[in-house]
Design a protein around this ligand. Structure first.
Ligand code: NAP
Ligand code: MG
Length: 480
């Protein structure tokens, strides 16, 4: 049962949303030349603001501003001085953390508890971490004189708007590159607040440019001939299109794409802890997480008991107003994403899996999806193969470690995995055999700027974070 709490909504008084928003080019907010679009609060469907749409002319202006800043200031500046700007940005994110968290929750629909305790602090941590690298790049293992690449085009998704921005911008700036970034259409607001933070930090004009718009703006940015590197996070389909688009050019590319992670629980695992990890693995951020533990692999002997504990635990999750500090499950980011989740879960039922959700009241307005667990899932089911990107868990079972590995690797993706067991030797043996970029042991969905993140196979290539992530923005060649 769910305990009754009085509502504890976070105040929105701290944020000041402009009714119409410009692009951020060359250090200034500049009107866009495309048709503006609206962004809504997915929990209420209320329009929050109008956002400028960058057309070709605007994309061009942003890339030119980034080029000029690269040539004239940023690539010439010492690492020590660049680091000071990154430290300043990191501190400003901390100072304005409440504002950023509320704005992120309004625009994205994620619970305030998560934007406040996860997204914003880790975004700040990424700038602190990379600030520390800025004057030590010659010790990072990329040659004695590692050099920046030039102008970087960055395109990010809507599930962690500010955090993905930080993952992209912090390493690019620390290594001496300049940036043009396009946020996702449904979640531009924290990127625009970040642009204000760049102004507040006195970042030289043109070092960071933010151009808002839809997929077409992203396509034009990636295609721009004066871009030296493309960093993309999003769906595998768009990642593949980008790879085709820039084939034959000198542009460098990193892709962080989708996932269908296995969360593997052995019979010697501490079940209560594992249940917490399972819940965090798939219901964190409404399951809009590329590395979500969306396939639960339970050892057969403990399957029944674990599913029972899991269902009991799910009864206590609170779905509703994302601004309420007690909320666990917020709104689905868009109607489009909600429809995709509905379609895939319907296929689960049609293909014979058994569906279960706890009782919960779904608000009338907005986009919502109750936490859902499918049992009797086979590897052939669509819900076991395709990324749902929603609060939906598919449960499979296994008998032996070999069977667990075979099932875990039976996916076109390879982003992350979880292993729950008390045996250290088993953790190491499994981690070596599971084809996933990140393997968590007895925990799930933990992120640290010092730890590289990225995938195998259709989850993409290149790493973000850690010393490995710096390599994506550096070259040892004389001129780039
Ligand atoms: P998406 O449709 O691929 O969109 C990602 C970004 O690309 C958005 O900014 C989008 O703009 C833009 N875009 C769309 N078409 C484009 C094109 N032809 N050229 C250049 N840019 C284009 O993905 P999504 O639905 O927003 O995000 C969900 C996906 O992202 C999931 O598959 C998830 O697994 C993946 N993801 C991966 C990671 C990771 O680190 N591996 C992290 C988070 C999410 P619009 O928003 O305007 O369409
Ligand atoms: Mg929105």
């Amino acid at each position: 049962m769910t305990f009754q709490y009085a509502p504890a909504p976070e105040s929105t008084a701290i944020v000041n949303i402009n009714s119409s928003n410009d692009l951020f080019i060359n250090g200034e907010f500049t009107p866009g030349h495309g048709t503006p679009f609206k962004t809504i609060n997915p929990a209420t469907e209320e329009v929050l603001a109008e956002i400028a749409q960058a057309n070709e002319e605007d994309v061009n202006a942003a890339v030119m501003a980034a080029r000029k800043a690269y040539d004239k200031t940023w690539s010439k500046m010492s690492g020590r001085d660049r680091g000071k700007y990154l430290f300043r940005i990191a501190r400003l994110i901390q100072e304005r953390s409440r504002e950023l968290a509320v704005l992120e929750t309004l625009d994205n629909g994620k619970p305030i508890r998560e934007s406040r305790d996860v997204d914003v602090p880790i975004a700040a941590a990424h700038f602190f971490y990379h600030a520390g690298w800025a004057d030590k790049l010659e010790f990072a293992g990329y040659g004695t004189y590692p050099r920046p690449l030039g102008v970087v085009a960055q395109v990010i998704p809507w599930n962690f708007p500010l955090l993905m921005l930080a993952w992209k911008i912090a390493p690019a700036l620390a290594t001496g590159n300049t940036v043009v970034l396009k946020p996702a259409e449904t979640t531009s607001l924290t990127a625009l607040l970040f642009a204000e933070i760049c102004q507040q930090a006195d970042l030289p004009p043109g070092v960071v440019n933010i151009i808002t718009g839809a997929g077409e703006t992203g396509r034009m940015l990636v295609e721009h001939p004066d871009v030296n590197k493309v960093a993309f996070t999003g769906s595998t389909a768009v990642g593949q299109a980008i790879q085709r688009q820039i084939a034959g050019t000198n542009k460098r590319l990193t892709l962080e794409l989708g996932g269908k992670a296995a969360n593997i629980v052995f019979d010697d695992a501490p079940i209560d802890q594992a249940v917490e990890g399972i819940v965090n693995g798939i219901f964190f951020n409404q399951g809009h997480v590329c590395c979500a533990g969306s396939r639960l692999l339970l050892q057969e002997s403990i399957a029944e008991q674990t599913i029972e504990s899991l269902k009991r635990r799910l009864q206590t999750l609170r779905l509703g107003d994302p601004l309420d500090k007690n909320t666990d499950i917020g709104a689905i980011n868009s109607r489009e994403q909600l429809n995709r989740i509905i379609d895939l879960t319907k296929s689960g039922e049609d293909e014979g899996a058994q569906r279960w959700s706890p009782d919960c009241v779904i608000p009338e307005r907005g986009f919502w999806f109750a936490p859902t667990v499918f049992t009797n899932v086979t590897q052939a089911h669509r819900i076991a193969r395709e990324e749902i990107f929603g609060p939906v868990l598919s449960v499979l079972t296994f008998r032996t470690p070999d069977e667990a590995i075979e099932k875990a690797n039976n996916t076109p993706y390879g982003l992350s995995a979880g292993i729950w067991t008390e045996k250290g030797s088993r953790i190491l043996a499994m981690a070596n055999k599971v084809r996933a970029g990140v393997v968590w042991a007895n925990t799930f969905n933990r992120f640290d700027p010092a730890s590289p993140f990225g995938g195998y196979k259709e989850s993409g290539f290149g790493r973000e974070g850690g010393v490995q992530g710096l390599g994506a923005y550096l070259t040892s060649e004389e001129s780039s």
